[in-house]
Design a protein around this ligand. Structure first.
Ligand SMILES: C=C1C[C@]23C[C@@]1(O)CC[C@H]2[C@@]12CC[C@H](O)[C@@](C)(C(=O)O1)[C@H]2[C@@H]3C(=O)O
Ligand code: AKG
Ligand code: FE2
Length: 328
């Protein structure tokens, strides 16, 4: 990242920290090996739109190898990394997020999941990096389906694969992202303010599966608008409910607002698998979840929603345009 000198407040966003950052112990925890996982997932999606997953069966060693490869990539000279950019939307991106003026203390790789990316990724072990990426993406898709099937089970709706079939579809528009937030030593000295790494937003997809190294910074917003810090745990996964799942459950599950704050001491590296439906998929409340209630949303295709997403700023309430005004 070339810009890592003094981050000027004209370019970046800071948030005041009136209180010291404390880690929340109230994050819902789902043990995938336990029989109550399905009901705990439903409760977590209703209350937080977010939960942590343990006993997921994904081996840790390949994940840490992928993490090392990613760190290696981000430590390449800027000119090498730029060969994989600009992120448009796919490729290497640095500071700018999306196309509408959002910036953060971040550099990243944004990748498709159903085809090989055609930009160059230079570095010593490029084939190893590609291979680890491919295996990790398959593992994430498999885990996403397991979680989505448990969700349908917990909601007591049929068929069990009502959500997972969208991710299994060969046309599924899922996306994979590796985010690198370099340590920002200025922050260690200048406390009282937090530098935004990735600004607050909801993910537009169905669910997102996040895994990071052991560096803090990830926060979620609670229903009352307050922010809590999620204790990092490199051996677990964190699941975000996305806007599409909010619509499919007619608002029973709420997509979680989240953000990342830069760290003064350690770099953060996160990998996120965003489970997107096929572009032509109609996103609407599932009839089995309506139970005579009216739909809270106008119907749209994922293609339409994705297009409107790319025309929006990170913090925008993108679902607002699709809410139905309740008839009085
Ligand atoms: C500012 C933007 C970046 C984003 C597209 C958008 O216009 C609004 C949504 C953003 C987001 C957030 C979740 C994922 O990281 C992402 C890949 C997505 O699908 O929507 C990003 C988009 C991006 O970085 O291109
Ligand atoms: O990097 C992270 O930990 C989260 C980033 C995020 O929310 C995103 O890429 O959509
Ligand atoms: Fe996100």
């Amino acid at each position: 990242m070339v810009l890592l000198s003094k981050p000027s407040s004209e370019q970046y966003t800071y948030v005041r920290n009136n209180m010291p950052i404390t880690f929340s112990s109230s994050i819902p925890l789902v043990d995938l090996s336990k029989p109550d996982a399905n009901s705990l997932i439903v409760k977590a999606c209703e209350d937080f739109g977010f939960f942590k997953v343990i006993n997921h069966g994904i081996p840790l060693e390949p994940m840490s190898q992928l993490e090392s490869q990613a760190f290696k990539f981000f430590s390449l000279p800027q000119s090498e990394k730029d060969k994989a950019g600009p992120a448009n939307p796919f490729g290497y991106g640095n500071k700018r997020i999306g196309l509408n003026g959002d910036v953060g203390w971040i550099e990243y790789l944004l990748l498709t999941t159903n085809q090989e990316h055609n930009f160059s990724l230079h570095g010593n072990d490029i084939n190893k990096f590609r291979c680890l990426l491919k295996d990790y993406k398959s593992a994430m898709r498999k885990m996403a389906c397991e979680i989505l099937d448990l969700m349908a089970e917990g909601l007591k709706i049929q068929p069990k694969n009502v959500f997972s079939k969208l991710v299994m579809d060969k046309e599924s528009d899922s996306v994979f992202r590796v985010n690198h937030y370099p340590a920002c030593p200025e922050l260690a000295i200048n406390s009282g303010e937090n530098l935004i790494g990735f600004g607050e937003h909801t993910d537009p997809q169905i669910i997102s599966i996040l895994r990071s190294n052991n560096t803090s910074g990830f926060q979620i917003s609670l229903r009352d608008g307050s922010w809590i810090s999620v204790p990092p745990d490199h051996s677990s996964f964190f699941i975000n409910v996305g806007d599409s799942l909010q619509v499919m459950t007619n608002g029973r599950f709420k997509s979680v607002r989240h953000r990342v704050l830069a760290n003064g001491i350690d770099p953060r590296l996160s990998m996120i698998y965003f489970c997107g439906p096929p572009l032509s998929e109609k996103i609407a409340p599932l009839p089995s979840l309506m139970k005579g209630k009216e739909s809270l949303y106008k119907e749209f295709t994922w293609f339409e929603y994705k297009n409107s997403t790319y025309g929006s700023r990170l913090a925008d309430n993108r679902l607002g345009n699709y809410e139905r005004i309740a008839a009085s």
